[in-house]
Write a protein of this length. Structure first.
Ligand code: ADP
Length: 201
């Protein structure tokens, strides 16, 4: 088993006086980071989108990714994946104007009370993105908190499933080098940080 060594540190957000939270944990050769921020600002090989199963575009992080990436993203998803993508799976496109090589469009479950396979589907969405990262030679990947917005998955439960799915993958496959969760707001950051701290004791 990989040693887990958490270090938390505050870091000044660029261009502001605001201090944003960062948490770093090493799983063997792989680094897991939690940061508070906007996933569209990330400079990584792959940015993950929380898409719907029609890949039809929407609000939240999906709207932000399509705005920042430009129309090429929607053109490519329509052309390559006209049937959409099943829940628990993910598909890759190029990243348009984003600072990344790829966008992985992952479809998380809608929360329906927790008895409808939501946990396994959420874990599967993360796993599929990490598999796509390995297939596309991505050393770095940034995730939003899939399903925790309009899809209504309770954030602390989502944090538990998401972080466990990622930890399992990194421990087993030893790649990608860097997996970053980009959490929108202090509340989401806190929920993920509490779970990650709990995992390291
Ligand atoms: P879903 O439909 O999967 O719930 P949403 O986009 O509604 O997807 O929300 C997923 C999470 O992404 C929510 O926690 C939301 O606060 C967060 N979010 C929204 N915009 C961004 C962004 N630009 N960067 C990172 N996270 C974001």
């Amino acid at each position: 088993m990989s040693a887990v060594s958490p270090q938390s540190q505050g870091a000044a957000a660029r261009g502001t006086n605001q201090r944003k939270q960062i948490m770093l944990v090493q799983f063997g050769k792989c680094r897991l980071e939690l940061v508070e921020g906007d996933v569209t600002d990330q400079q990584v090989d792959a940015i993950v989108n929380a898409a719907n199963d029609q890949l039809a575009g929407g609000g939240g992080v999906d709207g932000a990714i399509h705005r920042a990436g430009g129309p090429a993203l929607m053109e490519e998803t329509r052309r390559r994946y006209p049937d959409g993508c099943p829940t628990g799976d993910a598909v890759a496109t190029t990243a348009g104007n984003l600072n990344a090589k790829y966008v992985f469009h992952a479809v998380g479950p809608v929360w329906r009370g927790g008895q409808h396979g939501e946990a396994e589907l959420l874990r599967s969405a993360y796993r599929r993105c990490l598999e796509l990262a390995v297939e596309h030679n991505c050393a770095t990947i940034a995730f939003p908190a899939i399903s925790t917005g309009v899809y209504g998955y309770p954030t602390d439960r989502a944090a538990e499933e998401s972080l466990n799915a990622v930890r399992e993958f990194l421990t087993e496959r030893e790649q990608p080098e860097l997996t970053r969760f980009v959490l929108f707001g202090e509340g989401a950051f806190g929920a993920f940080a509490r779970v990650l701290e709990g995992m390291s004791v």
